[in-house]
Design a protein around this ligand. Structure first.
Ligand SMILES: [Zn+2]
Length: 312
């Protein structure tokens, strides 16, 4: 049996900018993908997942990105993971310099070993505190925090953490756990409480799904409605109306190839107007993290296809 010839990848030079063939978001099924050649990435306009990076070339961008991240974080003044590691290191170095002669090598070895143990223990403690911090900022129940901590432990036992940013991993883990427990948070919401950006969270998310073989079914737009409505200060009537719109839309298969968050945002936008409690597209965008353009497009599609007359 002939094996299909595979094109060898890796020779960065031969890579063409458009090599990455992504048609829809693996996360939410949206077909609204944005190719940002400046940042060399493809991201989903609906859920914000960065689907592909380095679509032009691997290499310097990584470093550029990392240093940019670092300076951004430095500006914000967020605590950095390596601060903890540094602390351990410098302590050890001081010890090393006071040790004498032949004993020094042995001592150093021992210190290195202790350092490794300390580092992973400390990073674990740091990870748990990160999960806790973000979970309480997001007002997540205790069982989700526990599940997230368990998942982190699992990732750690599979050696998936080493060399990666704990902030990115913990953010992605929280995102995954919320989905698994049916209380999805948007990537944007996670990013707001995270110390890292969307790209790094997306990267950790894709990595963890792959390495831990986690399958998550796409979130339903309905899952987002109650929270978004209460964040927008909208009544229960509007919530019910929005859910009704979503159900009709999905019966007519209008939700296919559309991200659930965008659908939820548009349905809420329409429902609010119908109930005389108008919220602007910007209001809805601020809460949902969906761009105003997407809200506008979805809202037009839904109102036209469902024959809803929206009077502004
Ligand atoms: Zn998406």
């Amino acid at each position: 049996m002939a094996t299909p010839k595979r094109e060898k990848k890796g020779g960065g030079r031969d890579k063409k900018p458009d090599k990455v063939e992504v048609k829809e978001c693996p996360e939410c099924g949206s077909k609204c993908l944005v190719r940002d050649y400046d940042k060399a990435e493809i991201f989903c306009a609906d859920c914000g997942l960065v689907i592909a990076e380095n679509i032009v070339d691997m290499g310097p961008e990584w470093r550029a990105f990392d240093s940019e991240q670092m300076s951004r974080r430095a500006r914000v003044g967020a605590p950095l993971t390596y601060r903890i590691h540094d602390k351990g290191l410098s302590t050890l170095t001081n010890w090393g310099s006071t040790a004498q002669g032949g004993g020094q090598y042995k001592l150093k070895k021992w210190q290195q070993r202790t350092h490794i143990a300390n580092t992973s223990e400390r990073s674990f403690i740091f990870a748990l505190s990160e999960i806790d911090r973000m979970a309480s900022a997001l007002k997540l129940p205790v069982n989700i925090r526990e599940a997230a901590s368990m998942l982190y432990r699992k990732a750690m036992s599979k050696h998936l953490i080493r060399g990666r940013s704990i902030e990115g991993i913990t953010s992605a883990i929280l995102y995954i756990t919320c989905r698994q427990y049916g209380v999805p948070r948007t990537l944007e919401e996670i990013r707001e409480v995270s110390r890292v950006g969307q790209k790094e969270i997306s990267r950790a998310y894709r990595f963890l799904l792959r390495e831990l073989d986690i399958k998550i079914s796409p979130a339903s737009p309905i899952d987002f409605v109650p929270r978004f409505c209460s964040m927008l200060g909208l009544s229960g009537d509007i919530r019910a109306k929005a859910i009704e719109i979503i159900k009709k839309a999905s019966e007519k298969e209008l939700t296919n190839g559309r991200g659930p968050i965008g659908i939820a945002a548009a349905a809420i936008y329409i429902a609010a107007i119908l109930n005389g409690e108008h919220r602007t597209q910007k209001d809805v965008s601020d809460v949902t993290g969906v761009t105003e353009v997407t809200i506008r497009n979805r809202y037009k599609e839904l109102s036209e296809q469902l024959d809803i007359e929206v009077l502004l």
